[in-house]
Design a protein around this ligand. Structure first.
Ligand code: OOB
Length: 549
């Protein structure tokens, strides 16, 4: 049994094979190549695994899962943070052809349910260190709600609990043989940043993902000497594959996991492990620079050669401060879980590195800029990013209606970003069409939050828009029409009760009598954003309290 997904047309599949992008190898090959390597592959604050151990541990877990009835074509919902077990689980599942969704550790009940509804998982792997799984209340309700769930394993469970992930990893592998899904089938699902009511899933095949990793490694020159600090959420596409941890494993280097991207956590790790490269989002860069100037005798960052920055727009001013103040090279990364990744190149001049978001990594990435009617725009003009290529997906999982809008008839994906292209083929991100807030790299689908707000008895209408923020780039503001006066804390509590990730809670609420409409009758979000400054200065303080309670 394989997972249904939208395939590339035959002529393109053939082309991608002929050009050596698709090798028809499973992602497990990344680890297989290193299985005799005794060097450290991955370490977190409590444990460290050599390549040989990572291979053995994932074999043992794979065998343990097989014994419990899991088989190729099953799906899994996994929620682990920045811990070594994330990759033990990832490779174990690949080895037995079980296709996972890796939820972010910040996700809560609402996101977990949305993913489970879509994939009907046979397996749940989570962590007792997460509030949802601290006791069995949620897990039991979840299993009742999703009868497809046959097996559960928990990290940090007591050793005598029957579903202790750690105990399963210690079981015998017997004579285990990996049986991954075929390379042109789905290996796992990536998470879409989303702009719709339900978070969408992105099927990634072995062939397409493995190519994106190898090509990233080539561009970023990762090798056995690479020591990569993974400070962003481990399950995100950027630290997984651009080149990310999987790129490090391919090159035989070392991944060090940080619990978060703060300077307080990362600086000591950089010094201790002589980190050579890391990946950040722009707000973390600002906080690092601030820490460097305020922190007397901070740990040395001298080993750091390259700082990748992406996930949200990096200003030219902040870009220029990186080599000047940190003393390392900067690489801008403009990517998406759907596929396409653009990098500035290590040998590019400062103008390209500071003022562009890079160039598509594959010679076969087809990228063009469309106007509102779908016509191609000339160099320099701003319009919609349209792309297809050897590692860009062809459709969201089980979403025919949304796919009909997100793709053109030739299979070009419209990412919802507004970009322009330079004469020499570099991308400059100019803005966004999609109804999403990019809160310092964390994506919030406006419709998802609006739907949840509407479930409150006193909310008549709601619109979530972005507001500029000097640190985060953007924060979120909810305009609400309500039956009666309300305190933001009530609506925030309502959203928490619905179990939505904390970063999606609106930073501000503004009560209005009605939402402005465009001539065609849609909520005029542009108008709301434009009036935000005046609106905010007029509302009573208790209606604009900041996020913390
Ligand atoms: C990365 O992936 P996602 O799926 O969380 O978000 C993709 C969206 C893009 O469509 C764009 O709107 C925004 O995030 N974005 C950027 C950016 N990088 C991503 N906007 C401006 N400048 C940039 N450098 O965010 C992602 C995936 C792989 C590598 C890097 C980032």
């Amino acid at each position: 049994m394989t997972i249904a997904f939208t395939r590339w047309p035959d002529d393109l599949e053939q082309r991608y094979r002929e050009r050596g992008y698709w090798l028809d190898l499973p992602l497990t090959d990344i680890l297989q190549r290193q299985s005799d390597n005794n060097a450290v592959a991955i370490a977190d604050s409590t444990s460290s695994l050599s390549y040989r151990q990572l291979a053995a541990h994932s074999d043992r877990l794979a065998a343990a899962l097989q014994r419990r009835g899991l088989k190729s074509g099953d799906t899994a919902l996994v929620q682990l943070g920045n811990v070594t077990e994330f990759y033990v689980v990832f490779f174990a599942l690949l080895k037995i052809g079980v296709v996972p969704v890796n939820a972010l550790f910040s996700h809560q009940r609402s996101e977990m349910s949305a993913y489970a509804s879509q994939i009907q998982p046979a397996l749940l792997i989570a962590d007792r260190a997460h509030a949802l799984f601290a006791d069995n209340v949620f897990a039991e309700a979840f299993i009742t709600q999703y009868p497809s769930l046959r097996v559960m394993a928990l990290l940090n469970a007591a050793a005598d609990e029957e579903y202790s992930l750690t105990a399963w990893i210690a079981e015998d592998a017997d004579d285990f043989h990996a049986t991954p899904t075929p390379a042109n089938e789905v290996a796992f699902f990536q998470l879409s940043g989303g702009s719709t009511g339900t978070p969408k899933l992105i099927p990634r095949t072995h062939n397409d993902y493995y190519y994106s990793i190898r090509r990233s490694v080539e561009i970023c020159r990762f090798d056995a000497h690479t020591r990569y600090l993974c400070a962003l959420p481990i399950a995100h596409n950027y630290p997984m594959s651009s080149p990310g941890a999987l790129g490090v494993f391919f090159g035989g280097g070392q991944v060090i996991l940080a619990s978060d991207p703060s300077a307080q956590v990362c600086f000591p790790l950089i010094e201790q492990h002589a980190i050579t490269v890391t990946a950040l989002v722009p707000p973390a860069v600002t906080l690092w620079l601030q820490a460097m100037s305020e922190w007397e005798a901070h740990p040395s960052l001298d080993s750091l050669q390259l700082l990748q920055v992406g996930g949200a727009k990096l200003s030219e001013t902040l870009a220029a401060r990186i080599p000047a103040e940190i003393g390392c090279a900067l690489q801008q990364v403009f990517g998406m879980a759907e596929g396409l990744v653009n990098y500035t190149l290590l040998d590019d001049d400062e103008r390209h590195i500071f003022t562009t978001q890079g160039t598509p990594m594959s010679p076969d990435d087809e990228v063009w800029v469309a106007d509102e009617q779908g016509n191609a725009l000339p160099v320099g003009q701003t319009g919609r990013l349209m792309t297809r290529g050897p590692y860009t997906f062809r459709g969201y999982y089980l979403s025919p209606e949304h796919n009909a809008e997100a793709f053109d008839p030739q299979g070009f994906y419209c990412s919802g970003d507004l970009i322009s292209l330079t004469e020499d083929g570099y991308v400059q991100v100019q803005g966004r069409l999609k109804d999403q807030i990019n809160r310092g790299g964390e994506k919030i689908a406006a419709e998802e939050i609006e739907n949840l707000l509407l479930r409150h008895a006193s909310v008549i209408n709601a619109a979530l828009v972005s507001m500029p923020d000097s640190l985060m780039g953007e924060k979120s503001c909810a305009f609400v029409v309500t039956h009666s006066a309300f305190k933001p804390v009530q609506l925030r509590r309502h959203l928490r009760e619905l179990g939505v990730a904390e970063f999606k809670l609106p930073d501000r609420f503004v009560r209005v009598d009605r939402l402005p409409l465009t001539p065609v009758g849609k909520v005029d979000k542009k108008h709301l954003r434009e009036t935000l400054d005046t609106q905010l200065s007029m509302v009573a303080p208790e209606q604009t309290e900041p996020q913390g309670e």
